[in-house]
Write a protein that binds this ligand. Structure first.
Ligand SMILES: Cc1cc2nc3c(=O)[nH]c(=O)nc-3n(C[C@H](O)[C@H](O)[C@H](O)COP(=O)(O)O)c2cc1C
Length: 381
């Protein structure tokens, strides 16, 4: 398949992606007081080295009080620009575009990491700025029974959050990122405003769909004004959340976002309350692709598909059927960071190993050509 769509490249504004394989943002819980560590360099660097066209850094908090756990990355201060620029440089030096996801956890702030059982994080003396780390949300609706309710945001909080996104966009530009994605999915702050289950406000930011979308749109405008017209802006949405937000609402929102300068809708689901899957069924291969297809068909916007996309032919078929424009992979890339190069080999795409530097390519091509019937480990048991 020399003409595989996965490797056909994709242009967004002035950014040319070399292929349509994207590393999905994945929280590493490995930051130190918001600063990246060597782990982030390795985690993101290997996806670039492995051939992805675009590598997204995990959800990175725009406000201190927006951090989910103690290990979250931050962008609420200028001091984060320089260490993040090092990550950007590494990703780009290895042939990929560098993306950052901007996040505010809202009522999901100040929790334990999944490996520590999630849930409410009790005050500990080693967190010096505990009082600044206050969970806020559209309304005072607790995440779970037994957890403290967040504080309902005042008009001043709303202004501060919009300004924080604007400042973070400006810092992301200075750090050299190619793409910003706003995290409006998975039950985090922007999703908390969108969904009627968590937004009980009586002001201009609550009630009607137009009012619930207002904060996201104001943030998109603020980010666009501080970003770069030549660079794309993505928004990740939970297309359905099982709590009152529907795929039709997502279509209405996406059309508005497009008018305000958003280029791609990254189509996820759930995260607000429990599972959005019918009957809470276990997810199956490509379980969210239907949303990318629906949003693309009803808005004409480019979409990104994500969620249990694992195999080369599965990913290629999604693109070939016009269900999405970009393929995001999360856990499979952790399993196999060389997925893109591996997939190019499997699909018979020319120049599959071109991503590797010459000294690496030399040895791999020599191995393949010198051994009749040679297959790498991912091809055969
Ligand atoms: C370790 C881990 C961390 C994640 N962190 C984020 C994140 O920071 N932002 C986000 O939008 N999604 C996050 N996700 C969700 C993934 O981006 C992706 O949407 C999800 O894992 C489904 O794709 P997959 O089946 O290819 O893993 C995370 C997933 C994992 C496994």
């Amino acid at each position: 398949m020399p003409n595989a769509m996965l490797f056909s490249g994709f242009r967004l504004r002035d950014l040319q992606l070399k292929n349509r394989i994207v590393a999905s943002p994945m929280w590493q819980y490995a930051a130190n007081k918001g600063y990246p560590t060597d782990w982030h360099l390795m985690h993101l660097g290997r996806f670039a080295d492995g051939g992805c066209g675009l590598v997204f850094q995990e959800g990175t908090s725009v406000e201190r009080r927006g951090c989910g756990t103690t290990g979250d990355l931050g962008l609420w201060d200028d001091c984060f620009v320089e260490p993040l620029a090092r990550i950007v440089a590494l990703i780009k030096a290895n042939g990929a575009a560098a993306g950052i996801q901007l996040l505010h956890c809202g009522r999901k702030a100040r929790t334990r990491a999944p490996t520590q059982g999630r849930g409410y994080l009790a005050r500990t003396p080693d967190i010096e700025d505990w009082d600044e780390w206050e969970p806020i949300s559209a309304s005072a609706v607790a995440l779970k029974e037994g957890m403290p309710a967040p504080r309902a945001m005042t008009p001043g909080d709303i202004r501060a959050v919009v300004d924080a996104y604007a400042a973070a966009a400006s810092r992301a530009r200075r750090a050299g990122y190619d793409v910003i994605e706003l995290h409006a999915a998975h039950g985090y702050l922007l999703h908390q405003f969108l969904s009627p289950a968590t937004n009980r406000r009586g002001d201009a930011y609550g009630g009607s769909l137009a009012n619930r979308m207002r904060l996201v749109i104001e943030i998109v405008d603020a980010v666009r004004a501080n970003w770069d017209d030549a660079k794309p802006l993505f928004v990740r949405v939970s297309c359905v959340d099982g709590a009152g937000w529907s795929v039709d609402d997502t279509v209405v929102l996406s059309r508005q976002l497009s008018l305000h300068g958003v280029d791609v809708i990254d189509c996820s689901s759930g995260g607000l309350v429990g599972s959005p899957l019918p009957s809470h069924a276990a997810p199956d291969y490509g379980y969210q692709v239907q949303y990318a297809e629906h949003v693309k068909a009803h808005t004409g916007m480019p979409t990104a598909a994500v969620g249990l996309i694992v195999h080369a032919r599965q990913a290629e078929a999604i693109l070939a059927a016009g269900q999405a424009d970009l393929i995001l992979l999360g856990r499979e890339l952790i399993h196999n960071p060389n997925w893109a190069i591996d997939t190019a080999l499997k699909l018979g795409v020319d120049g599959a190993a071109a991503n590797w530097p010459p000294h690496i390519r030399y040895w791999l091509e020599r191995r393949a050509s010198a051994t009749p019937g040679f297959m790498p480990s991912t091809f055969a048991p």
